[in-house]
Structures are given as structure tokens and as C-alpha cells.
Design a protein around this ligand. Sequence first.
Ligand SMILES: [Fe+2]
Length: 203
Amino acid sequence: MKYTRGELINLGTSGILHDIGKNSIPKEILDKPGKLTKEEYDCIKKHPEHGYNMIREILEIDGNTKAGVLQHHERCDGTGYPFGLKRDEISSFGKIIAVADTYDAMTTDRVYRPAFSPFEVYEYLMGDGNTKYEIDIIKKFGKCITIYPEGGLVELSDGTNAIVMKTNANNTLRPIVRNIDTNEIIDLMNDSAYRHLCIKKVV
Ligand SMILES: [Fe+2]
């Protein structure tokens, strides 16, 4: 994002503090294994404002850091909370934490479902890319995570299996792989003969 060191520190601080408002939500609601009632969900939806109110008067905390805490559940299409803000009304920190927070939540086991794989979550984020999130942030986020770990076994779209050899920094969805059926090394990003081929799933 071309942030300065100071801006990165403010962003990191916002990331650390983003859910601090959950301290004000009753534990029985936060840890409830079953489906939440509307009242309980409304209560949880208050945590960004609770968090913001906890830090708003601390002068040492930057305004962008505070905005990230308040806005991390806002979504670009206006479906988020607490205010239903739209794309241009949401701060960059709010949008960045939204992507990282969604990725973290979906790649973690929950009482009601097992964790999704990093690949599945990245696909989901890309799918929702320009509606709920900022596509530019998702693409940059993709460069910071390892979707297909090197040495991992994947199935290609032609049904063959391959080992991930090396991640392409510019497109983590298209690494260099070795097809274990043909022993061929394929650069899924740069080999023009293989543009039609992609990774279908992690085996
Ligand atoms: Fe949150």
C-alpha cells in the first residue's frame, strides 16, 4: 500500500485493537455454540462502537487507527455495520482490517463448522472482491499469504496431480508446479501454453 513506517505502525495498532470492544459483550453471547437470536446478534454488532468509545479519547492513538476499529465490519456495498457505510465512506484501515479479519475468521475452526482452506477463503474474497471488499486490497493481501504452500499436492483443472514447486509473487494462485503424472515443470503464470490450466483444489 506504499505506507510509511509510521502508517504501518498505526495500521498494526488498529489490527491489534480492532475487536477490543468485544470486552463489553457478555461472554455467554460471544461463546454461544448455537445460532444467535436477533437480539444477541444486535448486541455483538455493537462491538466496533464499544471499541471506538474505549479509545476515542486517547490522544496517542492516531485517528486512522480509531477509524479502523470503528469500521472493520463495514462493507463496500453498504451491508456492513454499525453504520452501513458505502465504499468511499469507509477508511482504508477499515477496508484492510475487513479483509484480514474475514480471512482469519474463515480459516479458523468454529464450533458450528470446520475451518476453510486458505485457497477456499481467497477464492471467496476474490468472488466478493468488488462488492463487499476493495479488490486492490484483496490482491495485495494475496501476496502476503501462502495459498499453496511449496511442496503441497494439488489437483489441476485437467484432472492431473502436481506438486507446488515455487510461489509466483505476483500471482499466488498460479505457482510453478511439477506434474507428477508427466514429470513436467509448469509455470502456471508465465507458460503461455498452459494458460487454460489452473489449480482446482488442494489434495
Ligand atoms: Fe470485529
